[in-house]
Design a protein around this ligand. Structure first.
Ligand SMILES: [Zn+2]
Length: 124
């Protein structure tokens, strides 16, 4: 019988070579293991950096408003300033059932219409 690809063959996760030996083996060599993990690590840190950039930007926008004494702002204006509503760090539900959404220590709370109130709070 010709030795071809079998479903059950295990392959190196990096280079695809058929693995021989222990059944928990995932790589053919230390070199393949290292390249695989290095790539995985740099991809992870790239997506973390991307999210961090957005969060920092959001925090910057809110902090700037606070420093100017502005505690009420329209959604459109926030977006114009580069605020991204898709990303935040945490949220707190308050007594009336609504939520304050935080980017680190500064949060925003939706009022009637598309107005937002800026809230500052210690991180928990
Ligand atoms: Zn390999």
């Amino acid at each position: 019988m010709i030795n071809t690809y079998h479903e059950n063959d295990r392959h190196c996760q990096e280079c695809g070579l058929i693995l021989i030996g222990r059944s928990d083996k995932k790589f053919c060599s230390d070199q393949c293991r290292a390249s695989f993990h290095n790539r995985e690590y740099s991809q992870n840190s790239e997506s973390i950096r991307r999210v961090n950039r957005v969060l920092k930007r959001n925090r910057f926008v809110l902090e700037k408003l606070v420093s100017q004494g502005k505690f009420q702002i329209h959604k459109k204006k926030l977006e114009e300033l580069g605020f991204n509503f898709d990303f935040h760090t945490h949220s707190r539900r308050i007594q009336d059932g609504s939520k304050i959404i935080f980017c680190y220590e500064t949060g925003y709370h939706r009022q009637s219409g598309d107005e937002y109130r800026i809230v500052r709070k210690e991180l928990i």
